[in-house]
Each structure stands twice: as C-alpha cells, then as structure tokens.
Design a protein around this ligand. Structure first.
Ligand code: DC
Length: 250
C-alpha cells in the first residue's frame, strides 16, 4: 500500500478520488466500496444537501427563502461519520449531534432537496466544508460537481453513467427487494425529471470534468464496475506517485 499512501505524494496534499454521475448510477455503491478497499474516508456529498433540507423543514423555514436557508447552513453542524449502527447504512449522519441518517430519505426531503441544493449560498458553504475534509484526509467523494467544482485537482476523477432505463430498473428492483411496492414508470419519470434539474441548473450543473474517466455501467454488474475502477485508481495513483518521486518529479 506504500505507493498509495498520502505520504508518498506531497506532504500537504491528501489523495482525493472524485466520483460524479446522475442519480441512481451506482455512485454510492462504487464510492463506498472503493473507500473501503483503499482505506479512505467515504463522503457522499448528497447527504449534506439533504441534511440542510431536513434542518430547514424541521425549523419551519420555507424552502423558497434562500436568505434564511443560506443563514441556516452557517448555523447547523452536519457531521458524516463511519456507520454507528449495523442496519444497512453506509455512514451515520449527525445533524447538530442527532442521528438523522434515515430521515434524509423521507419523501419531503427527497422533494425539497433539489430546491435547496440549487442555492448559491448553500453550495458555497457545502463546498467549503467538503474541501476542508478533503484537505485533511484521503477521501472518496461522491456527488454531482466534485470533479468540476469541489476538487478540480482530484487525483482521479470518475464519471459514472448508465441509461436512465437501467437506472430506473435498478432502483425499482432495490425497492422491491426491501419488500416495498414501487411503480417502474413512476421511478423512470422521477429520474428523468431529476436528470433534467441536475444538468440544467445554472449553479454547478451535472457534467463530466474534462479530465474525468467516463464509465458506462449499463451492461455491467456493480462488482465488475468496482473491480474496474479499483484497478484504474491503483494504476493512476502509482503513475502519479512515480512521477512525483522520479528524477524529474517535483
Ligand atoms: O445524490 P443524492 O440524490 O443524495 O443528492 C441529493 C440532491 O443533492 C440532488 O438534488 C443533487 C444534489 N447534489 C448536488 O447538487 N451536489 C452534490 N455534490 C451532491 C448532491
């Protein structure tokens, strides 16, 4: 693992793996698996926007009041930690010290988060916090704007895509596997709407960074994608470490 360790890069630069892509493309599964294999922190940045939305709802702040929500994100403390409980979660999210991990999936949060995440004042604060975390430790960071805005100098950038029909099918099967009911057409329509919002918003729209490796997972299993990306990350980290320690490295 020495070649992959931060100490083999420069002292002040930790390693960041950026993963972006549309909703339900498998980013979280890939991000969590890579972080586990590499021994890095896993940060799904979507939960930070969800926690801000939940905080606004709980404090009775209108989601249309950008000024109030901009002030709110300065006051609240969102902390993403390794899982505290073994109930299928990938992390524990604390909002002002309280475990809100599953509340972040409530329908009202789902419905409101695209409004809140489009506010420049909210994005500025979330991006500041995300950069601070990446500066302190090696991280696999997952989101929509990680390679383009949050960490433009990320060590490796992956853009994970899949057809909208495949993504809807995966989400549909996932819900059924939990014993809940779901309608494929409704999920498909919801994802199309989310794609439209994510790619067309003026603030940090979803798009691959110019130097991102674009991976289409439509015809591959999660295991195949994890293995492919892990090999790719290891190769890139070794190449970068060799460049830094080579005779002409800086
Ligand atoms: O990935 P997710 O569904 O948990 O994301 C929730 C919302 O936050 C979604 O509307 C996209 C937005 N988001 C964002 O704008 N930027 C990020 N880095 C991560 C998520």
């Amino acid at each position: 693992m020495t070649a992959l360790n931060a100490s083999s890069m420069t002292a002040q630069h930790s390693i960041a793996i950026a993963i972006d892509g549309p909703a339900a493309s498998g980013k979280s599964t890939l991000g969590a698996a890579l972080a586990q294999k590499l021994g890095y922190l896993y940060l799904d940045t979507g939960v930070m926007y969800r926690a801000a939305t939940l905080a606004a709802l709980r404090q009775g702040i209108s989601l249309n009041d950008e000024t109030a929500i901009g002030a709110l994100v300065q006051r609240i403390c969102i902390d993403v930690q390794p899982p505290h409980v073994s109930d299928g979660r990938q992390y524990t999210v604390l909002l002002d010290g309280q475990d809100v991990t599953w509340d972040l999936r409530l329908p009202e949060v789902e419905a409101g988060v695209s409004i809140v995440s489009a506010y420049p004042s909210v994005r500025a604060e979330m991006v500041r916090q995300q950069r601070q975390i990446a500066h302190q430790m090696n991280v696999v960071m997952v989101g929509r704007d990680i390679g383009t805005v949050v960490l433009p100098d990320a060590t490796v950038k992956i853009y994970l895509d899949a057809s909208v029909e495949e993504r809807a099918g995966r989400r549909w099967r996932e819900i059924l596997s939990r014993g809940e009911s779901a309608n494929y057409e409704d999920i498909l329509a919801g994802l199309r709407a989310r794609d439209q919002l994510d790619t067309s918003r003026p603030q940090s729209p979803l798009r691959p960074a110019e130097d991102a490796i674009i991976i289409d997972s439509t015809h591959h299993t999660a295991e195949e994608i994890i293995s492919l990306c892990y090999n790719l990350v290891v190769t890139q980290l070794k190449q970068k470490a060799a460049k830094l320690s080579g005779p002409h490295g800086s």
